[in-house]
Write a protein that binds this ligand. Sequence first.
Ligand code: FES
Length: 131
Amino acid sequence: MSSSEIGATTLFVCVTCRAQVPDAASSDQPRAGARLLSAIEAVPAEQRAGVTVVGVECLSNCNRACTVAVTAPGKWTYVLGALDPDLHAQDVLTFAQLHQRHEAGLPAWRERPEYIRKNTVARVPALATPN
Ligand code: FES
């Protein structure tokens, strides 16, 4: 099965995450999670191919914000945390594309961006398909 025959991966981005170290000078700026979503959406479309990006509110990982979840039907789900909107948009997309290309949603450890390897909060297996 080629990667184009495998369905899209969904990248949920928490838009309500706050920066881990609040910047007093930027209290009127959008939240860090919203800035991460904007940074991901600003990446050229070809680098987002096969990935559907969706903003959501609170993925319940607030203490390790910013947080995203990477999932697809029939595949493993990953929760990634401690993301900086100014630094990690490309790492998140690289991981999401690796997830999309793998039939079971299991990106090879060596191919994952180093920061993602160190900040994977959880992974959850796919639900079994009823017979
Ligand atoms: S506000 Fe982002 S995980 Fe809770």
